[in-house]
Design a protein around this ligand. Structure first.
Ligand code: ATP
Length: 348
């Protein structure tokens, strides 16, 4: 088993703060995803867990034992990177076996263990090939098998799918999900792709500028984003966000009037998801000329401009409307999220 505790973990280079007081316990067997835009500190956090980066402050505990001063090789953690890190002169079998040799594990067990790992990622037909003779997806599976073969206490995966094309990304993602179910090993997975995060994670940690913005299950993060940063990072399209004022329970801004909101009078940012709103014949809370219409296959996406913001609503796939034609959008108070206009924090 492996529970990983990160206590007030920080990394600074001079005055620059890469990771700021990261405080979290990753449960044994949990699949935890670190999600955030480029440069938010995901990789640095993971490298500190692996021991490839020293923490400026804070503690890392694995199963209650402080490991800050342990060498990476003594932490019993397997890493998978976006660049596969395979040895070009070794074939697939030898690449997968390599960690067993390094760790001086009884050679009599190697063949069985390599075959089991290869089977899990469906690599049996390719064991004699060199990495150069494999596709990107097959190479990534060799990297996965090499991580699995060690039977480590934890996996760290840094954007393992980012070099794969869209279709292969979906199938390899499914394979990782299935593997994690089979192996039940604590996993920390770094990505900037919110769909990967939502589909793989038990819990997601959303980060920005080195700081944790929210920790929760994919559903919690989607349904109740803690602030406007999380709201605008999760979901496709991102949550619609409109700056306006609440007076006596009614939110107003250009072309928008939404009644029955509970919130103090004053400036707020109002949010709602494109799939929660509806195009109606008339009488919607937003009425504005159409800015664009996009056909998504399973739906049509209608966008209007409100103040400086682009606001989208999903309509039936057969719905058609022309640019500049007025559209009425129902945005009842029940689907609305409210955020503090200054801090971005959720207020309702
Ligand atoms: P990406 O998705 O692009 O990999 P990330 O969220 O993983 O981004 P990190 O690689 O953790 O981000 O980097 C966090 C911040 O720390 C970045 O602003 C980066 O420029 C900075 N940084 C990383 N390594 C160093 C270093 N050795 N010296 C100074 N700054 C660094």
């Amino acid at each position: 088993m492996a529970e990983i505790q990160l206590r007030n973990l920080s990394k600074r280079w001079g005055n620059f703060v890469g990771v700021d007081k990261f405080d979290l316990t990753i449960a044994d067997r949990e699949f935890l995803v670190l999600l955030g835009p480029s440069g938010c500190g995901k990789t640095t956090t993971m490298r500190m867990i692996a021991g490839l980066e020293t923490a400026t402050e804070g503690d890392i505990l694995i199963d209650g034992k402080r490991v800050n001063d342990l060498e990476p090789k003594d932490r019993d953690i397997s890493m998978v990177f976006q660049s596969y890190g395979l040895y070009p002169n070794m074939n697939v079998f030898e690449n997968i076996r390599f960690p067993l040799k390094v760790r001086k594990i009884d050679p009599a067990t190697h063949k069985d263990r390599v075959m089991r790992a290869a089977e899990m990622v469906e690599l049996e037909p390719f064991l004699h090939r060199k990495p150069a003779e494999l596709s990107g997806g097959q190479r990534q599976r060799v990297a996965l098998a090499r991580a699995i073969v060690r039977e480590p206490n934890a996996f760290l995966m840094d954007e393992p799918l980012s070099n794969l094309d869209a279709k292969l990304r979906v199938s390899t993602r499914a394979q990782i999900k299935n593997l994690s179910h089979e192996l039940k090993v604590t996993t920390v997975y770094v990505t900037h792709d919110q769909i990967e995060a939502m589909t793989l994670a038990d819990r997601v940690v959303v980060m920005e500028k080195g700081v944790i913005q929210q920790v929760g299950s994919p559903t919690e993060i989607y349904d109740r984003p803690a602030n406007t940063f999380v709201a605008s990072f999760i979901g496709n399209p991102a949550m619609n966000l409109i700056d306006g004022e609440i007076q006596d329970g009614t939110f107003r801004c250009a072309r928008t009037e939404i009644a029955s909101l509970t919130g103090a009078n004053g400036p707020v940012t109002l949010g709602f998801r494109a799939e929660d709103a509806q195009v109606v014949e008339s009488g919607g809370q937003i009425t504005a000329p159409v800015y664009t219409m996009e056909l998504l296959g399973d739906a049509s996406m209608i966008s209007v401009r409100i103040g400086g913001a682009l606001v989208s609503v999903k309509a039936h796939k057969d719905f058609r409307i022309e640019i500049d034609e007025p559209v009425s959008i129902a945005v009842p108070s029940e689907i609305c999220h409210l955020f503090d206009r200054k801090t971005g924090a959720r207020i309702g």
